[in-house]
Write a protein that binds this ligand. Structure first.
Ligand code: SF4
Length: 311
């Protein structure tokens, strides 16, 4: 039997606690930022630090895929390059442009935010977490994204992609506060923009939900999971669960009505049929009420109109 080598190479211990990761932050920052500098995807909102443009892109990206957002983002900013410009249009104009992005409540909130920014902040998107969170529809994720992508402040942005990475690096499911704390502690203080954008792209391009490409991953050394065993990201903080079915959903019915309204007013007697709910007028009427309450439509003399009458 041949003699055993004097030193047998030990497998490197891959598990990392939060403290380990924080202690090795500089090396981790270096590893990811080096990769991101070379590999970051060329996306239109990455060419600007203008706070309004960043806010618009983040609102659009909340629930819509990158590829669908890109052209709408450019179209939007050509038309409304500032909050002031948007306040001079009608909400219905924005709802028309929003067609195809889905979740139109976001458009309404953006419209109301533009008014708030003009009236309270002199037309400038606020640069504090506190003020950003007071804008309609702006939650912790969007507020932090504006802080880092417009103002380059060292905060961690925790979306479903980053949540997945943090859980995989930790090798376990994380609680919401723990995940946000980690996201904040791991930010590269000198390159917060690049670090956070790099996390998005690493998650989108390499560390996807179903097919992580662990071989050659730039942060493999700090990852506890590496694709072996149960995925710790399942059920972890900020990691989204499977979307509910669109076919036959309230979202689909609402979308049908809003689309019809972009071409002009609709008589209320036709709304259920447009929503494909002629056999369920109670549901149709509930959805019309919801759209009205959300400021997305107006009911006037038995006619439905896009937007509201306040502008
Ligand atoms: S090693 Fe694999 S699971 Fe870990 S971060 Fe990289 S791609 Fe994701």
């Amino acid at each position: 039997m041949p003699p055993l080598p004097e030193t047998f190479p030990m497998a490197k211990i891959s598990g990392r606690t939060e403290n380990d990761l924080v202690a090795e932050r500089e090396a981790l920052n270096q590893g990811l930022c080096k990769w991101a500098s070379a590999e970051l995807r060329d996306l239109p909102w990455r060419a600007t630090r203008d706070p309004w443009s960043v806010l618009v892109s983040e609102v659009m990206l909340q629930q819509t895929q990158v590829t669908r957002v890109a052209s709408k983002y450019i179209e939007f900013l050509e038309r409304w390059p500032s909050p002031q410009a948007l306040t001079q249009s009608r909400a219905s104009d924005l709802l028309k442009l929003w067609q195809g992005l889905g979740y139109p409540r976001r458009a309404r909130n953006l419209y109301d935010s533009a008014h708030q920014i003009v009236e309270i902040h002199n037309g400038n998107v606020p640069s504090s977490l506190e003020d950003l969170l007071l804008l309609p529809g702006v939650g912790p994720y969007t507020a932090r994204a504006v802080l880092v992508f417009a103002f380059e402040l060292p905060v961690g942005v925790l979306d479903t992609n980053v949540g997945r990475l943090l859980a995989r690096w930790s090798g376990r499911s994380l609680e919401p506060k723990e995940a946000q704390r980690m996201a904040d502690k791991l930010v590269d203080p000198n390159r917060p923009w690049l670090w956070n954008q790099g996390l998005f792209d690493l998650a989108a391009v390499r560390c996807s939900k179903r097919n992580p490409e662990c071989s050659g991953c730039p942060v493999r050394e700090w990852c506890s999971w590496r694709g072996i065993g149960d995925d710790p990201a399942v059920g972890s903080a900020a990691v989204s669960t499977t979307q509910t079915k669109f076919q036959g959903s309230d979202r689909q019915a609402r979308g049908r009505l809003l689309k019809a309204l972009t071409h002009g007013p609709v008589h209320s007697s036709k709304a259920a049929a447009i929503m494909d709910l002629q056999d369920d007028v109670v549901r149709a009427s509930r959805l019309i009420g919801d759209l009205q309450n959300e400021g997305l439509i107006t009911v006037r003399h038995e006619e439905l109109l896009l937007g509201d009458l306040l502008q």
